[in-house]
Design a protein around this ligand. Structure first.
Ligand code: SAH
Length: 342
């Protein structure tokens, strides 16, 4: 199978090309083109025809084929369904904010974390995405939409820290000065809390933003909806978050999905406020986006605002996340492994 050229770091690409008898500078030239919205090698204008032919013989320019592109009627959200070379499908969502465009990308085809409220894990994990497939979502969404990408959130399908190696290579790739040159501060990784990998992330990429999917203030409740809590319980997770803030000097975010009559009571908010006391953090409250198969109900926006007030009154910074793209099933937790492509 041909190699996905967008997964190669500059030194790797240079090595591939010098092995083919090309001078080293061609590696840098080709690498720069890969981040300029090109659709095929023929679009690389200063590359000799003979090299273009070699590139076509050895590489694909994107490991992703667009299968479906939807635009929300209510906001500027767009959803992209891509097929991978082995037939797996993944989704990415592009959202517009006042401060620029954010793309939400997937890290795995499916997910093995089994969170009870989420559609992405209903069929388990199919496989990890390669760094080229992760990078390709950013470049393809930018090319197809014609919109500049300002921020990347790794909050689509999959658990990014369960695919740590490829995610860390992706971070190096997107940060490359000759490529997209994106600052680590423009990137957010959302995790259900793989504490061992979180430690590695804080050491290797201290400037990347981290969001922790917390969703419940006690082990008793969290274990009911998030199986990972049995391996990494709340005290360990929050302990690591406190270390993370100390080590990196950065604020940490928590995501808290509100499920009606389960984790949205006044007492839940009060326990949460005690748990997070003194930690430099921000809580993102997300009214549950309903997924038919789970049978769970949303607390709704009104209750979310009440929860926000309780946290604020206890000195915890909290906001309610805007719901974007729910008419195209592009909201949090609505991305799926299997799609019906009409
Ligand atoms: N595996 C990572 C990233 C993917 S999920 C993680 O767990 O963080 C991105 C966010 O959407 C997580 O906070 C997740 O818990 C939340 N989410 C999942 N299902 C949801 C749903 N049905 N409604 C609202 N948020 C949901």
């Amino acid at each position: 199978m041909k190699e996905d050229i967008r997964g190669l770091l500059p030194y790797e690409l240079e090595k591939r090309l010098t092995d083919m008898g090309e001078p080293a500078f061609r590696g840098k030239q080709v690498f720069q083109w890969l981040f300029k919205d090109v659709e095929s090698f023929r679009d690389m204008r200063n590359i000799p025809k003979a090299l273009i032919a070699k590139l076509e013989d050895n590489f694909v320019i994107s490991g992703l084929t667009l299968k479906k592109h939807q635009k929300s009627k209510y906001d500027v959200t767009e959803k992209f369904l891509f097929e991978l070379n082995d037939g797996n499908q993944i989704e990415a969502v592009l959202m517009g904010y006042k401060y620029g465009n954010t793309v939400c990308i997937s890290s795995q085809a499916g997910c093995r974390m089994g969170c009870k409220f989420c559609a992405s894990g209903l069929l388990g994990l199919s496989r990890n995405l390669t760094q080229g497939e992760i990078m390709g979502q950013v470049t393809e969404v930018s090319r197809i939409s014609g919109r500049k990408i300002n921020n990347v959130v790794i909050m689509g399908t999959g658990e990014p820290l369960d695919n740590y190696q490829n995610i860390s290579n992706f971070l190096r790739l997107i940060h490359e000065p000759n490529g997209m040159n994106m600052s680590m501060r423009s990137i957010t990784i959302s995790t259900c809390g793989l504490v061992d990998k979180l430690k590695c992330l804080a050491e290797e990429f201290p400037q990347v933003n981290v969001a922790i999917s917390l969703h419940a203030p006690t082990d008793e409740k969290r274990s009911q909806i998030m199986p990972i809590n049995k391996k990494f319980p709340i005290t360990e997770l929050i302990g690591e978050c406190r270390d993370y803030v100390k080590k990196t000097g950065r604020r940490i975010s928590f995501e808290y999905t509100l499920v009606k009559d389960f984790n949205d009571g006044d007492d839940d908010m009060l326990i949460l406020a005690v748990l997070l006391r003194g930690l430099n953090c921000h809580v993102n409250l997300i009214p549950l986006n309903q997924v038919d198969e789970t049978g769970l109900c949303t607390s709704g926006r009104k209750r979310a605002l009440e929860c926000m007030k309780i946290l604020n009154s206890r000195g915890i910074q909290a906001t309610v996340r805007r719901q974007l793209g729910s008419d195209i099933n592009g909201a949090c937790g609505q991305l799926r492994l299997k799609q019906s492509v009409e």
